[in-house]
Design a protein around this ligand. Structure first.
Ligand code: SF4
Ligand SMILES: [Zn+2]
Length: 360
């Protein structure tokens, strides 16, 4: 059987599973080629071709997403696990992922789903036909107050996450993107009105890191869209830097990251510095030494950041939130057990009323 009839057969399969939808932000370029403007890769896809993320296909001159309602992983998690610490602390969110990714991080721990080819196969482990209505029902049945799109990159799943996020707003569920930050501004603007939390990776301030380890030319687009999420759409933004020995652990890089957050997102923005575990092509590296993580916390605080957290490492106090004004312990966290101990109903310090950028 030739390649083209394989694709024909797969399109029929995807359509009958409800996974095929005409992609949004498609731009006809002539001669059957179509541009995809969902993420900053801005793939230009010829007829019969597939985008970099392996989830968008050009079939007969029209772009389709192949992952609508396709779920590879699902769990009812504390929001702290994302990690998100300043939005509805202690709440549960229904966390789901699909297939594909627009990044190719050589240390990806979720490579099985992130590197999957959703055009070729949805895999035996995926559930299909999870409509937004079904997803909302699953979240509510699992006593969740919100939905998080995570595990793989949610922005490439725009058709689906947009429909779901709209429904979440009418169903009083909050919405979270756990993202690498590489959506286009126009992609973000579509979902902006319906997204509450933007949990973005700031992997490095150094383009060399993005080029070598992720195959992306620059970090700048990630930074610009993070500002847009906060300023244009009022999303609650939290940043994560997974500190990888020899790659992004220099004092200079950590200072630049902390300063960028302070200057552009504000000193109230939580910054999570997390321990790296050797994996994939970076298996030869050690875990991040605790001293490096502790130094990063100090760098963050010296840059003026009020809330810097230590992640992927057990510490007595590294995940707690303290009031920066009076030192009152306001949220105690230990292994995903969260206790709100010093907040008023508006998320302020119960001792002195200090604002802590916590949404209740
Ligand atoms: S979502 Fe990004 S990677 Fe995927 S086809 Fe569109 S532009 Fe390319
Ligand atoms: Zn206080």
């Amino acid at each position: 059987m030739d390649e083209r009839s394989d694709l024909d057969r797969r399109i029929v399969q995807l359509r009958s599973a409800g996974a095929l939808k005409e992609a949004i932000l498609a731009e006809p370029l002539g001669n059957g080629r179509v541009g995809c403007n969902i993420c900053q890769r801005r793939c230009r896809i010829s007829e019969g071709g597939v985008g970099y993320c392996r989830t968008i296909v050009n079939y007969e001159g029209v772009l389709y997403t192949t992952i609508y309602g396709v779920i590879s992983s699902a769990a009812a998690d504390p929001i702290e696990k994302k990690p998100v610490f300043h939005y509805k602390p202690g709440s549960r969110c229904f966390s789901i992922g699909t297939l594909g990714c627009n990044f190719r991080c050589v240390f990806c721990q979720n490579w099985e789903i992130a590197y999957a080819d959703a055009v070729e196969s949805s895999g035996g482990y995926c559930r299909t036909g999870v409509t937004p209505e079904v997803l909302v029902r699953m979240a509510k049945d699992n006593a969740c107050q919100g939905i998080a799109w995570t595990y793989n990159e949610p922005s490439i799943w725009l058709n689906y996450t947009l429909d779901c996020a709209k429904l979440c707003k009418s169903e009083c569920l909050y919405t979270v993107y756990v993202t690498n930050g590489y959506a286009t501004p126009e992609g973000l603007d579509l979902i902006g009105p319906y997204l509450d939390v933007y949990r973005v990776d700031l992997k490095s301030m150094d383009d060399h890191f993005y080029k070598e380890l992720i195959k992306v030319p620059s970090v700048q687009g990630v930074l610009d869209v993070a500002i847009r999420a906060q300023v244009e759409w009022g999303m609650h933004v939290e940043c994560v830097t997974n500190i990888i020995p020899t790659w992004n652990d220099s004092e200079d890089n950590l200072k630049k990251t902390a300063r960028w957050i302070a200057d552009n997102l504000g000193i109230d923005t939580p910054w999570h510095v997390t321990r790296f575990f050797p994996y994939g092509e970076l298996s030869h590296l050690p875990q991040t030494p605790p001293a490096t993580l502790e130094a990063a916390v100090k760098i963050g605080k010296d840059a003026g950041l009020k809330f810097v957290y230590l992640g992927n490492m057990e510490t007595a106090t590294g995940e707690n939130t303290y009031c920066p004004k009076c030192g009152n312990l306001v949220v105690r966290r230990m292994r995903y057990t969260t206790e709100v101990v010093g907040l008023d109903a508006e998320g302020r310090c119960s001792v002195d009323g200090e604002g802590l950028n916590i949404k209740m």
